[in-house]
Write a protein that binds this ligand. Structure first.
Ligand SMILES: Cc1ncc(COP(=O)(O)O)c(C=O)c1O
Length: 380
């Protein structure tokens, strides 16, 4: 395989080579303007993303974790309030709940989609519940129609963790569609470099259609002030750098193309694994959401997930386990409410899942090599 590019989980370097001229010019112009914080690039990116998402307000901030925290703060949640979320997610989702003195109430996921189990959400509601954070894990939307119905029935707020799903569409039963993150009180996303829309450092944003919440979040990300040095809210310092906004403006123009490239790679994987479907379960596609394949995550059903990962590593194919330990089994989040076995599906998934290389620059030669190696391992 002399003439094949090295296979990476995410190949940001090859992606950069395709947009180098535009990105370099964009960054250079920020440096020359010296408007590094809250400059015009940030405002332009905000407006362009609002248009792309068809949402009234985008509030850029420093990273996706902050976006979730600011959403909780803007909603006025108080210590002791319970927030329901999934145990099968990246830690940031529960981290901000715990950090603000709120109570994380974890629930299990659906075994096919890996998304929050809506029946479990409803069962977990108590008189102290104030909010639900569904996570659109791996690029597919949780069932927002049901979640909004449950939330409305019980007077709860919904904050969508859309860190992995930017660009995916949720389809309601009446045929209406909405971009992920634009349905709840807030949607929160991350522009971490490896995300579907990633910058060259940290970045994040909140989305909302609520004017009052937008105003509050915009103040909170900037030390709680609207007028300089007049602080009406307790805030944080969480702003998107102008240089990152400049990169994001270029990449936003490519986002649909990027998501399409991910989908093509996913389709290639799907067809290659059709003949070994007993052992390798390919990602389930929800009917009511498009999939932007932030991750392409298999379930390895023969108990040999770790051996397969080692075999792939030997052949210079990276493959990652997202996530090896559900939140309720993490040291920092251990809680007497949740013993081992509390969430059997997430626990099972953590032993079976394996995410394959997924990015915008995977070519057929690489995909062929990856899939051939997996077929070889499974059939031997
Ligand atoms: C599901 C989820 N939520 C939140 C975050 C936090 O985003 P960030 O790393 O930008 O803080 C991430 C990504 O890292 C994520 O995958």
């Amino acid at each position: 395989m002399m003439d094949m590019r090295d296979i990476q989980m995410v190949d940001l370097k090859s992606q950069y080579n395709e947009i180098k001229t535009e990105v370099d010019q964009s960054i250079q112009s920020v440096i020359e303007s010296a408007a590094f914080i809250n400059g015009p690039e940030v405002k332009s990116f905000q407006t362009e993303l609002e248009k792309y998402l068809n949402v009234k307000h985008v509030i850029p901030c420093a990273n996706g974790t902050d976006a979730l925290q600011v959403a909780m703060m803007a909603l006025g949640l108080k210590p002791g309030d319970e927030v329901i979320t999934t145990t099968f997610t990246f830690v940031a989702t529960a981290e901000i709940i715990a950090l603000l003195g709120l109570v994380p109430v974890l629930v299990d996921v659906d075994p096919n989609s890996f998304l929050i189990d809506t029946d479990a959400v409803e069962k977990a509601i108590t008189k102290n519940t104030k909010a639900i954070i569904p996570v659109h894990l791996f690029g597919q939307c949780a069932n927002m129609e049901l979640i909004m119905e449950i939330a409305d029935k019980h007077g709860l707020k919904v904050v969508e963790d859309a860190a992995q799903s930017i660009g995916s569409d949720f389809k309601f039963s009446d045929g209406r569609t909405a971009k992920s993150g634009t349905i709840g009180s807030f949607g929160c996303t991350s522009f971490f470099p490896s995300k579907n829309l990633g910058c060259y450092g940290d970045g994040g944003a909140l989305f909302t259609n609520d004017d009052a919440l937008a105003e509050k979040a915009r103040m909170i990300v900037n030390h709680g002030m609207k007028v300089r040095y007049y602080h009406d809210e307790i805030g944080v310092n969480s702003r998107l750098d102008s240089i990152q906004a400049a990169v994001l403006r270029v990449k936003l123009r490519q986002l649909d193309k990027y998501n399409k490239a991910r989908k093509n790679a996913a389709n290639f994987y799907d067809s290659a694994f059709a003949e070994i479907e007993e052992v390798v379960k390919t990602p389930f596609r929800m009917k009511n959401s498009s999939h932007v394949f932030h991750q392409y995550t298999l379930r390895i059903m023969n108990g040999k997930r770790d051996e397969l990962q080692s075999f792939l590593t030997e052949h210079n194919i990276p493959a990652m386990i997202y996530y090896p330990v559900p939140l309720h089994q993490q040291k920092a989040y251990r809680d007497e409410r949740y013993q081992d076995g509390a969430f059997p599906i997430a626990e099972q998934l953590s032993k079976e899942v394996l995410s394959l290389p997924m990015h915008t620059e995977l070519d057929e030669k690489q995909l062929d090599f990856i899939t051939q190696k997996i077929l070889e391992f499974v059939k031997k």
